[in-house]
Design a protein around this ligand. Structure first.
Ligand code: FAD
Ligand code: NAD
Length: 405
């Protein structure tokens, strides 16, 4: 009998966790495993704020996919996924197609601009290695241009970050460390630089522990960040952003750099493939399969699971994507072996740590609040743990964060 083909789309946290667990669990004769990814490298999405600010080189946040897969068991295809044809059990790629018996979709997040005018054209997003490099280079170019131009345009030195969610705050933490370095490099007075955080909700990190939020805000304010909360962004222009001011009025904030960190959605491939979804996220069954598709699993930011305790979806995180990958690998192993007692997914919350730059952070870990160097140390351990889970100790040795203070 022909061995089944398992195709995994996306080599992010969810996809790689699934593949690395599958290659351990299944024998070479049991299944053919195919991994498809746009690039020949995996990037740590959770470190992209550092590459975007320029506090960590982009090569530090990525590693070759081939370094963590067993090529005698897994075939890697570098290509972009365009669409899943569920009725034909095949995936359309930019340069070909691939057929599956079982499919795992782990294509991750995309930036969500909610139809706000001008954002796609004039704002950056922290989405992948390419966008991170673009943000870093753009900010540096603004500083370099300012220092050399005769008629100084001070708006060049204004950086707006849209959204005070975890991505926005972590990026600002890095930026607050990077900007003084840029000022020194280009002989610019730090007082001329403006770093704005513009947040629609009435609070920074909406829903997070208020004491920890106060700690983060006062720390970032001391480092020069100005918060504009309760201020929804209404548009972006070549000159900056438009924000709502009160009920009917709007105000312009001129800026040389606008980074939109105010929302994510699941991959647009989900809708292109005709799945029923909410902003690219499929409400999965507890065994992680897409409803009505016994051969298709969804992992990571493309999956939506309701937290029954609060009746709201779990936030899309790497932590949950990796836990889902483990369950999916177990369930696929069972299906390949014709076992029917599939496992159900339950989220084991290990906590949340939000970095505020290389040397500070806030977090709640196993129910305990942490701040400062302790929290920063924990964040680095969380980052190293993701490497360990996917690539083992050798990957931690190559890519891990050891600059513990
Ligand atoms: P990803 O890990 O993003 O991987 C998706 C993969 O699919 C990528 O390799 C991509 O190249 C590939 N891909 C996408 N489209 C295609 C296509 N069409 N064809 C082929 N390949 C494709 N979560 C936490 O738990 N802790 C944190 O500290 C944390 N920090 C974060 C910091 C930042 C700056 C950001 C932006 C997010 C952070 N998150 C964090 C959220 C976390 O990164 C995501 O929830 C997680 O990456 C989702 O994992 P995934 O496997 O679904 O997608
Ligand atoms: P988010 O959706 O969590 O936060 C977006 C923020 O933007 C919200 O505070 C929202 O009120 C605000 N916003 C929305 N529209 C706006 C507008 N028009 N103008 C101004 N503000 C607006 O998005 P995120 O921060 O990118 O996080 C995405 C996911 O990644 C989340 O699940 C998050 O938990 C996770 N993440 C986790 C960490 C961590 O654990 N350290 C770090 C980064 C991201």
């Amino acid at each position: 009998m022909k061995k089944p083909t398992i195709v995994v789309l996306g080599a992010g946290y969810g996809g790689l966790m699934t593949v690395t667990r599958l290659q351990k669990a299944l024998g070479q004769n049991e299944a053919e495993i195919v991994l498809v990814n746009k690039n020949d490298y995996h990037y740590e999405t959770t470190w992209l704020h550092e590459a975007s600010a320029g506090t960590l080189h982009h090569d530090r946040v990525r590693y070759p996919i081939k370094s963590v897969i067993n090529s005698s068991k897994v075939k890697f295809i570098q290509d972009s996924v365009l669409e899943v044809k569920t009725e034909d059990k095949k995936v359309i790629l930019e340069n070909g197609e691939v057929s599956y018996d079982f499919l795992v979709v782990g294509l991750g997040p995309e930036s969500e601009t909610f139809g706000i005018q001008g954002l796609k054209e004039y704002a950056f997003s922290i989405s992948n290695v390419n966008t991170a490099r673009k943000i870093r280079d753009h900010i540096q170019l603004q500083f370099a241009t300012y220092s050399s131009e005769v008629e100084k345009n001070e708006d060049r030195l204004t950086i707006v970050v849209g959204g005070a969610g975890f991505t926005g705050i972590e990026f600002l933490g890095e930026l607050a460390n990077r900007v003084p370095e840029l000022c020194k490099e280009y002989d610019i007075d730090f007082q001329k630089v403006r770093m704005y955080c513009v947040e629609a909700a009435p609070a920074v990190l909406p829903g997070f522990d208020p004491e920890l939020v106060d700690y983060a805000v006062s720390y970032l304010e001391k480092k020069g960040v100005e918060f504009k909360i309760g201020t929804p962004i209404k548009g972006a222009t070549p000159e900056g952003i438009i924000v709502a001011k009160g009920e009917d009025e709007v105000e312009e904030i001129k800026a040389g750099t606008v980074v939109w960190a105010a929302g994510v959605r699941g991959s647009s491939v989900i809708e292109a493939s005709g799945f029923e979804a909410m902003r690219g996220r499929i409400k999965v069954n507890l065994d992680m399969r897409a409803p009505g598709h016994d051969d298709i699993f969804i992992v990571g930011d493309c999956a939506l699971i309701i937290n029954e305790e609060i009746n709201r979806p779990y936030p899309p995180t790497a932590q949950i994507a990796m836990q889902q990958g483990e369950v999916i690998a177990k369930n696929l192993t069972k299906l390949v072996r014709n076992e029917s007692d599939l496992e159900t997914f339950t989220f084991e919350n290990k906590g949340t740590v939000c970095s505020l730059g290389d040397d500070n952070a806030i977090g709640v870990v196993f129910g305990k609040k942490v701040t400062g160097k302790t929290a920063s140390f924990m964040k680095k351990m969380v980052d190293n743990r993701a490497l360990l889970m996917i690539g083992g100790a050798s990957l931690v040795a190559k890519k891990g964060k050891f600059n513990v203070l």
